[in-house]
Each structure stands twice: as structure tokens, then as C-alpha cells.
Design a binder for this molecule. Sequence first.
Ligand SMILES: [Mg+2]
Length: 235
Amino acid sequence: MNIEMIGFDADDTLWHTEVHYVQAQEDVLKILSPWGETEQISRIFDQTIVKNLSWYGYGIKAFILSLLEAALQASRGELQAYQVDQILSIGKRMLSEEIVLCPHVQETLHVLASSYPLMLITKGDLLDQTTKVKRSGIGDCFSIIEVVNEKSPETYAKVLKKYHVNPVNFLMVGNTIRSDVHPVLALGGAAVHIPADTTWEHELVPGFDTTQDNYYELEHMGQLSDLIAQIDAAR
Ligand SMILES: [Mg+2]
């Protein structure tokens, strides 16, 4: 494979994110404890978040709107104004959360950026994600930053066309099969899966064939440079 460009997912590939979503849900569950059992209210959260993806897309603002809607439903309209305010504050806390890079990210990106064009491609809210890139201190490693609504094969195809990259020479690195691996393999590219400690259920792909060509799995980012050297040498 003649690697023309390496793509990186952001959330839970470069920096920890899911942990803040899990914590936020737990905090809102505490607010809603007078109105039902944890399990029952969690189910309302999950349903509302997934149902609203086509309205709001991904990211913290979308998530908080969905939690508010779920909270109104779970409390049967009894949620108080101060509790709405508490939920909004949880969202602001998430938006200002310190960025903690995943292990080996910094050194690996610096090494790879000297040999390949690197693209950051992430779902979510444009303002939040671009702010995070700036605050992360690793923004300079990327020649391209793309914030997209959905990571489908069509999205990747469109983005790669824009930068004149042949999809078969594109290698993507990310923590989810659904958004980072599957669509890129579908286009004939290669994908490196680096699973995160916590992954949102919506992003899991049960029964994914891990033996297929051009699929690689690593434990952490520190193993990436060696793998890419091997892939490049085998072309
Ligand atoms: Mg991710």
C-alpha cells in the first residue's frame, strides 16, 4: 500500500471523551432519581439520544438537548427550572473539560507528521471540536481538519476526493469500527482499530469480521509508527 494520507479520529482516539459523557449521564440520573429507577431512566436517555441524532447530530450540545428532553419525559414534566439549569451546567462543564491525550499520541503524531500528511476527521459540533483541537496542543500535526456530520463511506469518499487522495491509499486510525474502520474498508482503504476503554454502545458493530484484508488492530497508539512502516514496506 502506498499511503498517501493518514486519517485520525479525535474523540477517544486522540483524547479521552466518552468518560465525560458517562459521568454526565450519571450526574443527570442523580437529579432524576425521585422519578424512577436508574435502569429505566437510562433507557429513556439512550432512546432519546439515538432518536435525536438525525435532528441534532453528534456532540455535547446535541447530547445535552437530548438529556433535557429525556429528563422532561422521565419526570413527566415535573422537572424544575433549577434542575434544568443544573443539566445545562453539566453541559458547560463538559465543554470546558481539560483535554487529556490518550497514551503515546503526542510523540506518535510528531513522528508520522514528518513523513505523511495527517488528517483529523471527526464527528460532532464544529465549534467544540475546533476549540478542542486548538487546546490539545497537537493541532499543528494535522494538515487537514474535517468536522463531519456522519462518518459514512460517502462522507469519506467526498472528503478524499476533495484532497485528491485515492481511497485505496488512505489509512484511517480510530477507536470505533462503525465510524472509523468499516466505512474506510468499504472504500478499499486500510484501517487501524485502537479500541478505547469505554465505547458508546451505538458505535459497536457486533459480528464484525476482524480477519478481513487491510484491517489492523493495536492496543495503543505507541504501536502505530511500526505498523505503518511495515504496511508501507509491503507495498
Ligand atoms: Mg472516536
